[in-house]
Design a binder for this molecule. Sequence first.
Ligand code: GLC
Ligand code: MG
Length: 688
Amino acid sequence: MSFRKDSDSVELEDCIRNPGYRDADGGRKAADTPSPEPGQRRDSTAVEQGSEPASKEYQQVKPYAGMPKEVLLLYSSRARYRVPREILFWLSVCCTLALLAVTVTVIALSPRCLSWWQLSPVYQVYPRSFKDSDGDGVGDLKGITEKLGHFEHLNIKSVWISPFYRSPMKDFGYDVEDFRDVDPLFGTMKDFDVLLAEMHDKGLKLIMDFIPNHTSDRHRWFNLSRTRDPLYEDYYVWTDCNKTNPKPNNWVSIFGNSSWTYDDVRGQCYLHQFLKEQPDLNLRNPKVRQEIIDIIHFWLEKGVDGFRMDAVKHILEATHLRDEPQVDPNLPPELVTTEWDLYHDYTTSQVGLHDLLREFRAEMDTYSREPGKYRFMVTESYDYHEVEKTMMYYGTPLITESDFPFNFYLLDLPHNTSGWWAQHLVSLWMANMPRGKWPNWVVGNHDRSRIASSAGRIYVEAINMMLLTLPGTPTTYYGEEIGMENINITQSQIQDPAGKYNASASRDPERSPMQWSGDMNSGFNDKTNITWLPLHPDYETVNVEVQMKDEGSVLSQYKFLNHLRQSELPFQRGWFCYVLADANVFSYLRELDGHKQAYLMVINFGKQSATTDLSSIQELPDQLQVLMSTKPANDGKVFQKSSILTQPGEGLTIRYSTYTRFHQNHGAECYVSEKACYLDTIDILYKC
Ligand code: GLC
Ligand code: MG
C-alpha cells in the first residue's frame, strides 16, 4: 500500500506504485515494478484478481511478503481481508450498542433492589437483659457477641441495641452522660469494636439507639450550662421560676408531674420531658445541633449501620412557654399531673422538628454512598390517634427523613382481639402511609407489655405469623421469638423509674432476662446467681434451647416464616390484599404478577373457632392446602375454600398456584410498595 502524489491530491494506491517503498532485497523501488494498464485503478485486491500466476504475483506484492494472515487481516486493503475486517468491525460496533441498549433497558425496567433494612426483620436487644457475660447480673456487649449465632439461626440480619452509652442509669441508658463512651456496666469501647466487627463479619447490621432530646444531668454540658459557662449557657431549656413553686407553666413530664425542676446552682428552672435527671437539650441552639451531628459522625465513622432516634416528637418546644390546653378544662390545674391530662400543643411535634431530623438524615446520607453501606434511620414517636403526625417522619417524595417511623399500632391488638380489630390496625398504617413508602410493624419493645401477656399466650404464634407475612419490615423484641411473657414484679422489686412513680406504669415486667436454656439463670448468667430482674418462672420450658429441638415451637415457626418471607418474592415485593375480616378471622393474601405461587393467610384472632367461607373469592382455587399452621397438626391439611377451619389463636399460611390475580379485580383492597412483575422463564423481576 502506498500514497501516490497525483497532481495536488494524495491518493491511496496499491503497493506496486509506491515510489518510496523499498522492498526486502534492498534497493529496488516499488515504483520500478510495472504499473497497471491506464484506467485500471488498482487496489491491493488487484494482487489477487490479477491473472499472473501466483508466484509472479507474489513477487509483485512484495510488501506483503512474509506477513502472517493476522497482520494482513488488520492492514491489508485487499477485499478478502478488508471485507471480513469491516464486517467484524461493524459487528462489534453493533454488539456493543446492543449490549448497551440491553443494559440500559434492564436497568430502566428493573425495580429498585431492596435494602438490608427491608429484607430482614429488626431485632431489638435490650442489653441489660440479653446475655450477661461477666456474672454481675446485668447483660453486656460481650454477652451480645457471644450470642450472635442466635441471629444467624433465625436469619435475622438487623439488630437494634438499646443504649449502652456511659450513663448513671436513672433511665437505664436513656440518660446519657457521655455519647462517645460505653458504660462500664456494658463493657468497653474495645468490646463494642469487637462486637461490631464480628457482626459485620457475619453479615449483620448494627442499629444504635440515639437520644437527641436529652442528656443525663451528669453530662458535662449540663454542668457547664448550670454554671453559665458562656459556651454552654443555652445548651438546655432554662427559664426563670419561683424556687418554692418551680412551675413556670403547666407542662408535665412523661413520667408524671411537672416537667420543670429548679436548679440551685443556676437559680433557674430547666425543662425535662422525661425524668428530672434527663434535662431536655435546646436544639434551637445551632451549637447543640452541631454537637448532635458530631456524635452521629463519630458512630458512623466507627461503622454503625443506622440509628433508632429516640423520643423525636419531644425534640423542640414552643419558646413562648404558654400553658398547654387541658383535656378536661374543668380539672383543677393542680391535678394536672400526667401526660394524658394535656393536649401537647407546645411540647411535641413543633414546627422545625422535621427540618432538624432531615438535617441529621442528610449527614447520614453522606455515609451511605459506598455500595452496601446504606445507613438506616428509624424514628420513635407515639402519636396515638394522630397517625398523620407519625407519617410525617417518612419525609416527602423528594426529601427522605426516616426510612420508616416505628409503627406501634399493632401494640393495641390486645385491646380487642378479633379479626376486625387486627384488620383495622393494619389498615390504619396502610391507608395513611405516603405512596411508595415502606411499611413496618412492631409487636413489642422495652416500653410496652409483652403481647403474649396482654393479648394472651394463645395468640403468640398467630401474632408472629402476621408480623412476618405483612408487607414491610417486622420488628421483634428479644424473647418474642420464643413467646416470652411479662414477669410479675413486687413493689420492692421495681427498678424502672416510671414504676417508682406509678407501679402500674413499670416497664420492668417486659425487661426480664432472656431465656436461653433451662440451666441456671436460664443461661442468661452462667457465672453467678444474680440477675438484675427476676427470671420468668416458665424459663425451664420456654427457652431457646428447648424450642430449637422442637419443630412446632414458637421459635421454629418464627424461623420458618422468616425464611419464607425472605426467600419468596410475593412476600418481599408482592401485593398485599385484604380478603376478609370478621369477629374471629383476619385473612389477607400476598401475590406477585407473573409469579405462579401466591400465599393466603387465615388468622384467627378471636375467641372462638371459626369456619371461614372464601367461596366468593373466584381468584382462589377450590382446594387450599395449608403450608404451615401455628398448630402443627394441621400442616399439610387440605381445605375446601368454602370451609376453612381455624381455632382461636391459629394462623394458617396457605400456598396456592394460580395466574389469576386478586388485585386485578380488587384494586381498592390491595397495596404494593413498588410495582414489580416476575418473568418466570428467565427468573427476573421487572417494573410493570
Ligand atoms: C423512649 C425510650 C424510653 C425512654 C424514653 C426517654 O421512649 O424508649 O425507654 O424512657 O425514650 O429517653
Ligand atoms: Mg425537647
